[in-house]
Design a protein around this ligand. Structure first.
Ligand SMILES: Nc1nc2c(ncn2[C@@H]2O[C@H](COP(=O)(O)OP(=O)(O)OP(=O)(O)O)[C@@H](O)[C@H]2O)c(=O)[nH]1
Length: 381
């Protein structure tokens, strides 16, 4: 069996074109920015390969220069788009500016060095290999919420392609007689084209899996979120609250639970309508959001009942937190709703007898009941 580069090249481009045409159809129009960037990267990559093949076929020198420079711009841009997709999926990544700079320098340097085959091939492959190295690092660090094994498949693609691209650059720069053109039958070139084929399929499968994982996470967030206030709902409260509770108990750390209930809320609904009731709930939710620290668990448990679980907060700090909320609501409600709004609070701090979050909640609910009985608009312990 012999593998000739020309055939491998045609197979690669056919595969890439099929994916570039099929993926937009399969993925549809409503895409996240990450999925859109990944898909565009594939299309630009396909364009770059076509430009390379055409550049080998055209006779005029200017057309050859133009097409091969365009293909370099395409490779650089498609890697930059992949980086954008990874940054969206995995969070802020290092090296974006450098990778973008390489995407710009790649075609410019290639055009300037065009008259020297060794220089332009060395330059282009070195810069592409650098881009792939940055992409390798971006799939791994820092860790992120998306934890799928697709990242390791992608890393394998970037790493193998990076090494082979570098090897091709060394051949072109220092041994041009062994690698006189893109379809040269040198083993490194044959291996590069073969791996490019596999990597292309593997990378695209990985990106599709990333897209699915993103959708799963979004769905999970929706299931745990109250749509009116965008705070956690009861399910979210149980999931995050129980974890925070277990952590505080294990490390014997302070933990405070505040149960809030808007006062005379039924009267707002009855006298001003359900829409006005919703606006009041939204305002209180906004207020809780504005005071939330990263480690706090804040939720709308149901109707006009809210809970805030504050790790490392002692009794005095929690009372100050409640007073601050009360002051802010007193200022904001007349301005934003057109009438005053108040709430009652029950406070319970973690004690050794609390073995579950529900134990703590029962005590804060009892305290809330006392606050209501004592005339509302106040905090009880
Ligand atoms: N607008 C609106 N109203 C809701 C929502 N969920 C529950 N409610 C209403 O909230 C009201 C709660 O009434 P009550 O439990 O009597 O409480 P309250 O009037 O605040 O009385 P106190 O708590 O004793 O001050 C009911 O009328 C519910 O219909 C919601 O999502 N939107």
């Amino acid at each position: 069996m012999s593998l000739d580069p020309q055939t491998l090249l045609v197979v690669s481009v056919t595969n890439l074109l099929a994916l570039a045409v099929l993926l937009p159809v399969i993925m549809g129009k409503r895409l996240s920015p990450a999925a859109r960037a990944a898909r565009l990267s594939l299309i630009v990559h396909a364009g770059a390969w076509i430009a390379v093949i055409l550049s080998e076929q055209v006779a005029p020198d200017w057309a050859n220069r133009l097409l091969s420079t365009l293909s370099m711009a395409g490779y650089g841009t498609s890697h930059w788009l992949l980086f954008r997709a990874l940054s969206e999926w995995l969070g802020e990544r290092a090296g974006g500016r450098l990778l973008g700079g390489l995407a710009i320098a790649l075609p410019i340097g290639y055009l300037l060095l065009f008259d020297s085959y060794s220089a332009r091939v060395g330059w282009a492959n070195l810069l592409i290999a650098l881009q792939l190295a940055i992409l390798c690092y971006a799939t791994l660090r820092p860790r992120s919420a998306l934890r799928g094994s697709w990242r390791f498949a992608l890393l394998t693609c970037f790493a193998t392609m990076g090494v082979l691209t570098l090897a091709r650059g060394v051949l072109g720069a220092f041994y041009p007689e062994l690698y006189p053109n893109f379809a040269a039958p040198h083993p490194v070139n044959v291996a590069s084209l073969l791996v490019a084929n596999v990597a292309m399929v593997l990378a695209n499968v990985s990106l599709l899996v990333a897209w699915r994982e993103e959708a799963e996470l979004r769905l999970e967030a929706l299931v745990l979120t109250d749509p009116l206030t965008t705070l956690l709902n009861r399910r979210g409260w149980e999931k995050h609250g129980e974890r925070t509770f277990a952590l505080a108990r294990r490390h014997n750390q302070p933990l405070a639970l505040l149960s809030f209930d808007l006062d005379h809320f039924k009267a707002i609904n009855d006298q001003r309508g359900h829409e006005a009731g919703d606006a009041a709930l939204r305002l209180f939710g906004k207020l809780l959001h504005s005071q939330q620290r990263q480690e706090d668990v804040v939720a709308r448990i149901g109707g006009e009942e809210f809970c805030a679980l504050l790790p490392l907060a002692g009794n005095a700090a929690t009372q100050r937190y409640d007073a601050r909320l009360r002051r802010l609501l007193a200022d904001m409600a007349p301005a934003e709703l057109g009438y005053p709004l108040d709430f009652s609070t029950g406070l319970a701090c973690l004690e050794s007898g609390d073995t579950t979050l529900e134990d703590l909640r029962r005590r804060s609910d009892a305290a809330l009941y006392r606050a209501k009985a004592a005339g509302r608009g106040q905090l009880s312990e």
